[in-house]
Design a protein around this ligand. Structure first.
Ligand code: GTP
Ligand code: MG
Length: 642
């Protein structure tokens, strides 16, 4: 059965609740205070099946003090019934509620001229005219205007027929999206525990799902689901659902929070958006404090107008559209594409509405021309279609992510891409040259090019400054060209440069063209020192003495010895330096001892001293070296040859 969520809207006392009751048999006013005062205060809910269509009604209060409750109800509706009492016609909250629905882009609606039993035909025609004037040029321009009396029942059949026809035009919500349910009520039910209700604006909620409560980052498991008062295995987008949760107490949840799939939306206090100021609102100043309404949440915040500071840029004119950055005083749960309403801080009247462009924007300045450029890329109004809009926006997010990259998961939570489309969008971004996939992230090709050329320049500079060094330590190179970047990006760039034959090396990176360049003096020192150490064998030479004998200045000797060590021609054992060949021979000789000495070949310090002609002072570090090299293993005072 097709189902739809229908919201009422309209001025106080115009007959919204009475109409819902007439259609469903349920009085949506459930609070004691509502009964006593004869008005709706908070949201009311009722449902009915009308000509095979399952209709869930969200009845809202008309009182100007309770517009915030109205806003909590209207967020997820598919169709609005704008209620205008025939005996009063269009009143202030008729306009305000209508503006809100228009700004939230409620797709379709119908107008009910209620209390038709109280007026004559002439008055009815007059009210009709006033309504037509109000809705001219809007989504309700061609909406049916149906006179009804909840008292006599007159017009109700025509109203039901109009509702079913209009519902056919309401586009369904996507059950493929990530599950998101802005919570409008929380209560505890005996025998069940915590229950939250709300309109499932996208995705599917199934029994046993592990979901998140945001803000707050709490996990909750779905124990049961009810739709229209019946137990179900799942609730789908576009349905009102009651969800029984395990693992959370009622006290921990409140209206305004969201029940979502992991990665469905971002928890954020900063959001970039496009805003439309109502024609009859006051001018909106840069930095103005406002009430931000999204889903079922109301959060105080400030609005920054985007663009270079200049004449007129400090204030937004009534009726104007602008890019803005919202700075919220508490966390909201947002994704790209979410619609929201702004009300003035005081008096609390509706002044604007808009759409989120980026719920996790980079913390860069917004009063610049560069910021305007970024917003234009995020703005769906500039795109050919929805797919194009998503790709342009994600590309802008990738660019501003720089070397850190944009995690693929952010395409869903931040860019609002539906999970089944993630892989397609990634492919399209790569195919269009807008992104490269690096591990779990997307990185702008320009960044890869930048890191690559920075690394080549850095290595060039290093070789020029230190011609004796074979290269720059890998970690140091990464720190210098990509301090906060994605680690896989550096490896990717190195791979590319390696494959192209530009850069080589493992622990130390060098340009392929680099050769350790020795000056004639260094070359002479290199040969002299190497010869001296080679002929010293296992009697380690004193570096300073060798340098002195070869007439090499000590600064040059230091440099050249470091080079010999890096080249692994010299090896440091403890504080002693040996030529590599001497140590290799030692290892071979000790191993050969085993061949001649049988299975249980042992070597003690005294035997070692005799055999290799070294003093005790050098024997011990050398034996320990052999242990480390796994040629021998120490057993008590002796060594077993392995
Ligand atoms: N004569 C007549 N009275 C009606 C009709 N519909 C509603 N009323 C009366 O109008 C009053 C207000 O009706 P509600 O349905 O509570 O109005 P509402 O729009 O829900 O008001 P709020 O929720 O407070 O904004 C009640 O006394 C109803 O009995 C109607 O069709 N004919
Ligand atoms: Mg009411």
């Amino acid at each position: 059965m097709k189902s739809i969520v229908v919201g009422t809207a309209g001025h106080i006392d115009h007959g919204k609740s009475a109409l819902v009751q007439a259609l469903t048999g349920t009085d949506p006013d459930r609070l004691k205070e509502e009964k006593a005062r004869g008005i709706t205060i908070d949201l009311g809910f009722a449902h009915a099946v009308i000509e095979g269509l399952a209709v869930a009604f969200v009845d809202v209060p008309g009182h100007e003090q309770f517009v915030k409750n109205m806003l909590a109800g209207v967020g997820g509706i598919d169709l609005v019934v704008l209620v205008v009492a025939a005996d009063e016609s269009v009143m202030p909250q008729t306009r305000e509620h209508f503006d809100i629905c228009r700004l939230l882009q409620v797709p379709v609606g119908i107008v009910a001229l209620t209390k038709s039993d109280l007026v004559d035909d002439e008055t009815l025609s007059l009210v009709r005219l006033e309504v037509r004037e109000l809705v001219a040029g809007s989504f309700l321009e061609h909406a049916p205007v149906v006179p009804v009396s909840s008292k006599t029942g007159e017009g109700l059949d025509a109203f039901r027929a109009a509702l079913v026809t209009a519902a056919a035009a309401a586009k369904g919500r996507s059950a493929d999206g990530a599950a998101r349910l802005p919570i409008d009520r929380v209560f505890s039910m005996k025998g069940f525990g915590t229950v939250v209700t709300g309109t499932l604006v996208s995705g599917t909620v199934r029994v046993d799902d592990e979901l998140m409560l945001l803000p707050g980052d709490r996990r909750a498991k779905v124990r049961g689901v009810q739709v229209h008062g019946k137990r179900e295995d799942a609730a789908l987008a576009g349905q009102r659902a009651a969800v029984n949760l395990a693992g959370v107490d009622v006290e921990e949840i409140s209206r305004g929070q969201n029940l979502t799939a992991p990665d469905a939306a971002a928890e954020t206090r900063l959001a970039d958006a496009v805003l439309e100021l109502l024609p009859d609102a006051n001018p909106l100043k840069h930095g103005a404090r406002v009430r931000f309404h999204q889903g079922t949440a109301e959060i105080l915040g400030r609005v920054s107008i985007v663009g270079p500071a200049g004449e007129g840029s400090q204030t937004l004119k009534p009726g104007a559209k602008a890019f803005v950055r919202l700075r919220l005083e508490r966390a909201a749960v947002l994704s790209r594409g979410d619609r929201f309403i702004l009300r003035a801080y005081s008096p609390a009247i509706t002044i604007a509405g808009g759409q989120i462009l980026d719920p996790l924007p980079p913390r860069t300045a917004v009063r610049t021309q560069a910021a305007v450029g970024r917003f234009k890329r995020l703005d769906p109004a500039a795109a050919a279609d929805r797919v194009d809009a998503e790709i342009r926006a994600v590309a802008a997010m990738i660019d501003s992510a720089g070397g850190a990259g944009l995690p693929v998961a952010a395409l869903a939570s931040r860019a609002g891409v539906e999970p089944p489309h993630l892989a397609l969008r990634v492919d399209a971004l790569v195919a269009r040259g807008l992104a490269a996939r690096i591990g779990d992230s997307l990185v702008a090709p320009a960044i890869i090019g930048r890191v690559s050329s920075d690394l080549v320049a850095l290595l060039g500079a290093h070789h020029a400054a230190q011609p004796l060094s074979e290269g720059l330590p890998r970690e140091e190179a990464r720190e210098r060209v990509l301090p906060h970047g994605h680690p896989a990006l550096f490896e990717h760039v190195l791979d590319e440069l390696g494959r192209a034959g530009t850069v080589g090396g493992r622990d130390r990176l060098a340009l392929a063209t680099h050769r350790v360049a020795l000056s004639p003096e260094e070359k002479r020192a290199h040969d002299a020192l190497e010869d001296a150490f080679r002929s010293a064998g296992l009697k380690p030479a004193d570096a300073a003495a060798v340098a002195r004998d070869a007439k090499v200045p000590s600064a040059v000797a230091d440099r050249v010895i470091k080079l010999l060590l890096r080249q692994k021609i010299l090896v440091k054992v403890d504080v002693l330096l040996f030529h590599r060949d001497a140590l290799d021979r030692l290892k071979a000789d000790v191993t050969a001892l085993k061949a001649s000495g049988g299975k249980d070949a042992r070597l003690d310090v005294a035997a070692f001293k005799d055999r290799f002609g070294v003093s005790r002072k050098f024997a011990i570090p050398l034996l320990e070296y052999l242990d480390r090299e796994r040629v021998t293993r120490r057993v008590g005072e002796a060594r077993v040859i392995l």
